[in-house]
Ligand binder design. Structure first.
Ligand SMILES: [Zn+2]
Length: 74
């Protein structure tokens, strides 16, 4: 079994169960704690966005992940 690492915190994911311990985004794969942090950042912004736009949200996810990968945390 190949080792998979979170793109943000670089932690190795021991048991990869997609969408339970590891989450795939277009450019990145991230672990569960990082996914929780990502959602915590996205939710307040998405809630205030009116009208909600899917493309805007996809871009927000990508921008937030780009920043997280650069900093090594979300
Ligand atoms: Zn992580």
């Amino acid at each position: 079994m190949q080792n998979i690492y979170c793109d943000v915190c670089k932690k190795r994911i021991d048991e990869t169960i997609t969408n339970r311990t590891f989450y795939y985004y277009p450019q990145y794969g991230i672990c569960e704690p990082c996914k929780d942090n990502l959602e915590a950042q996205l939710k307040p912004q998405a809630r205030n966005k009116e009208p909600f736009a899917f493309e805007w949200y996809q871009k927000l996810i990508k921008d937030t992940l780009d920043k997280g990968v650069q900093r090594g945390r979300l």
